[in-house]
Design a protein around this ligand. Structure first.
Ligand code: SF4
Length: 186
């Protein structure tokens, strides 16, 4: 039986992330290292989702909030990007004797790839009005909601009647660690 995980793009390719102070990502990177180590230990196969932000806005994009991506064109592009992955998931689900799809691993906090945590705020407009820009930036909040890409993925999985859980990185690490301990009889 081949076990398969679908991972958000930047879990395998940090270069796709918004340019920022790497120290701010220490906690996420520590989790990512634990995840990749379990994946390797347990010989889990990987499918990498595309990065919708990199595809649409490239490497010099600003950080965004969910509201800025929550519009028909971004959602439509997310649908197009996930379509080929969905077809692959359908093919694996059609052969349950050989394949087990464990889930899709999200990136908490992202306006695109968060599963239950995303960033929200009244952002947008000209940056040249520094006072107004600062006020808007300070209004940033983390809210309990999915990012736009994960929301689109959830909808497309439901339309295809595919039961594939969307997991946080923390949930995936806990699940894989438990599985490994059971296997080793600890
Ligand atoms: S959009 Fe998703 S894959 Fe791309 S950098 Fe953000 S969290 Fe990672």
């Amino acid at each position: 039986m081949q076990k398969i995980l679908i991972v958000s793009h930047c879990i395998l390719n940090k270069a796709s992330k918004v340019e920022q102070n790497e120290a701010d990502l220490a906690e996420e990177y520590e989790l990512r290292d634990r995840l990749l180590s379990e994946i390797q230990k347990q010989d889990i196969q990987l499918l990498q989702l595309p990065c919708p932000e990199f595809v649409m806005y490239g490497s010099r994009r600003w950080g965004h909030v969910k509201e800025q991506f929550d519009h028909p064109f971004y959602r439509d592009t997310c649908r197009k990007l996930f379509g080929p992955v969905l077809r692959q998931l359908e093919a694996y689900a059609g052969d349950p004797e050989r394949f087990e799809v464990l889930g899709i691993v999200s990136v908490e906090g992202s306006p695109s790839c968060g599963r239950s945590l995303t960033c929200s705020g009244n952002w947008g407009g000209e940056l040249s009005d520094l006072e107004e820009t600062e006020k808007r930036v300070r209004g940033l909040k983390m809210i309990q909601a999915p990012g736009v890409f994960m929301e689109v993925i959830q909808g497309m999985l439901a339309e295809a009647k595919l039961q594939v859980p969307i997991l946080t990185m923390q949930e995936t690490v806990s699940f894989l660690t438990c599985q490994n301990q059971e296997k080793e009889g600890k």
